[in-house]
Design a protein around this ligand. Structure first.
Ligand code: KG4
Ligand code: ZN
Length: 355
C-alpha cells in the first residue's frame, strides 16, 4: 500500500510517499526555521503563511521523487496520484494556522481524487519513525518516549492498536528546556542542536577541567512517570547571575553550563524511561521527536541498558527521521488505517496524547 502523508503541525511543511508503512519512496521537508531563527522562536502567523507557500510544491516534489511506476494495468500513469492508495495527514496537536493548511489540502485531495483519508496524531506518530527503512522492527511490548519541542511523553505499546499514555511533563517539554536555556546562554534557536554543540566543546576539554557547575535533575527520583523541566531554566538563570557577579561569566563558563544542561535533561529522560521499561517488563524502547536526535541521549541509553544488564532492544531513528517529517505520519497511518470521511476531518491544536 502506498500512502501519501502530509505534515504541517509547526514550522515544517512535509510530504512523503511510503510503501507498507516501512519503505520510504520520498520524504520532502521545507522549513520556515530560518525566519524563526531571526526572532529566537516560532511566530505562528509566519509559520502558517509559509505553510501556504510550501504545501503544494512540497507535495508535488514528494510525488515526483517517489517515481510512481507505471504498472501492467496502467502503463502510463495519468496523474501523479494514480498510484496512491491512501492520504494521511496530521490533525494535531500543533499550531492551528499551520495544521489547517495541511488538513484542508488533504481533504481537498481526498475529495477530488477519491482516495481514502486517515487523520494522524502527531505525537503518537513520532514513534513510528522506528518502523521506517529498518530491517530491525521494534517488538511489543514497548515503552515509547516522545521528546519534542512541545512534548515529553511516555507510552506503553502492547500492540499497534493499544497505546497507553503513562506520564508526561507537567510544564516545559525537554525540547523547550533546551530552547529556553539556549536563549539564556545566547545560543539562538533551535536550542537543542546549539546546546549540544557547545556541550561537545566542554567534553573535548573535559580532561583538563572539572565541571564546577551543577544543576538539578528535576523529578529524577519521583516514583511516577512524570517530568518537569521548567525549574531547570530558573536554575540556569541563577547560575548565570552568580557567575556574572563573580565576574566569571565567559565562554568557558557558558560551555560548561551547556554541558550540564544536556547532562541534566538526558539523565532524567534515561532514568524515567528505564524505570517505565522495568516496571512493564518490555522488549523494546522506542524513541521519537527532535530531542531523540541528541547524540548524548543515545549514548546514555546504551550505557544504562548495558550497566543494568537489561535485555531490551533500543530503537532510535536516524536524526533526519527524529525531527518533523511526513514519513512517520505515513507509517503510523499504515498501522492504524482508521479511515475518516473528508467531511469529518478536523484540525485540533489540542489533540490529546492520552488514549
Ligand atoms: O519533533 P520536533 O522536530 O518538533 C516538534 O514536534 O516539536 O522537535 C523540535 C525540538 C526543538 O526543541 C529542538 O531544540 C529539539 O527538538 N532538538 C534537539 C536536537 N535536535 C532538535 N534537542 C537536543 N539535541 C538535538 N540534537
Ligand atoms: Zn514533532
Amino acid at each position: 500500500m502506498k500512502i501519501l502523508a502530509i505534515e504541517t503541525s509547526c514550522d515544517e511543511t512535509a510530504a512523503a510517499v511510503v510503501v507498507d508503512g516501512r519503505q520510504i519512496l520520498s520524504n520532502i521537508v521545507a522549513s520556515s526555521m530560518p525566519l524563526h531563527k531571526k526572532t529566537g522562536g516560532i511566530i505562528p502567523e509566519i509559520a502558517a503563511r509559509k505553510q501556504l507557500e510550501f504545501i503544494l510544491p512540497v507535495i508535488e516534489k514528494a510525488l515526483r521523487q517517489a517515481k510512481l511506476k507505471p504498472n501492467i494495468h496502467m502503463p502510463v500513469p495519468r496523474t501523479l496520484f494514480d498510484d496512491i492508495d491512501l492520504i494521511a495527514v496530521t490533525t494535531g496537536p500543533g499550531l492551528i494556522g499551520s495544521l489547517l493548511i495541511g488538513v484542508e489540502t488533504a481533504k481537498t485531495l481526498s475529495l477530488s481524487i477519491s482516495k481514502p483519508l486517515v487523520g494522524v496524531n502527531h505525537i503518537h506518530a513520532h514513534l513510528y519513525a522506528n518502523w521506517l527503512n529498518s530491517s530491525n522492527q521494534p517488538g511489543f511490548p514497548a515503552i515509547g518516549l516522545v521528546v519534542s519541542g512541545g512534548h515529553t511523553e511516555l507510552f506503553l505499546l502492547t500492540s499497534h492498536e493499544n497505546i497507553k499514555w503513562l506520564g508526561g511533563t507537567r510544564d516545559d517539554a525537554a525540547g523547550e528546556a533546551f530552547d529556553k536555556t539556549a536563549r539564556l546562554l545566547g545560543l539562538g534557536y533551535p536550542g537543542g542542536p546549539a546546546v549540544s554543540a557547545a556541550a561537545e566543546k566542554f567534553q573535548i576539554s573535559n580532561s583538563k577541567f572539572q565541571n564546577k557547575i551543577k544543576l538539578p535533575r528535576p523529578m529524577i527520583n519521583s516514583n511516577d512517570l512524570d517530568f518537569s523541566f521548567s525549574g531547570l531554566k530558573t536554575a540556569v538563570i541563577r547560575e548565570i547571575n552568580k557567575l556574572k557577579t563573580m565576574k566569571q561569566w565567559n565562554n568557558e563558563a557558558m560551555v560548561q553550563l551547556a554541558y550540564e544542561i544536556q547532562e541534566s535533561i538526558t539523565d532524567v529522560l534515561v532514568k524515567k524511561t528505564l524505570q517505565a521499561s522495568q516496571q512493564y517488563n518490555v522488549k523494546s524502547i522506542i524513541i521519537g521527536g527532535g530531542v531523540a536526535a541528541n547524540k548524548r541521549l543515545t549514548e546514555k541509553f546504551h550505557l544504562a541498558i548495558r550497566n543494568l544488564e537489561l535485555e531490551i532492544n533500543l530503537h532510535i531513528p536516524p536524526p533526519a527521521l527524529c525531527t518533523d517529517n511526513a514519513a512517520y505520519i505515513a507509517s503510523f497511518a499504515f498501522y492504524h488505517q482508521k479511515q475518516i470521511r473528508w467531511q469529518e476531518l478536523k484540525a485540533d491544536p489540542q489533540l490529546p496524547v492520552e488514549v
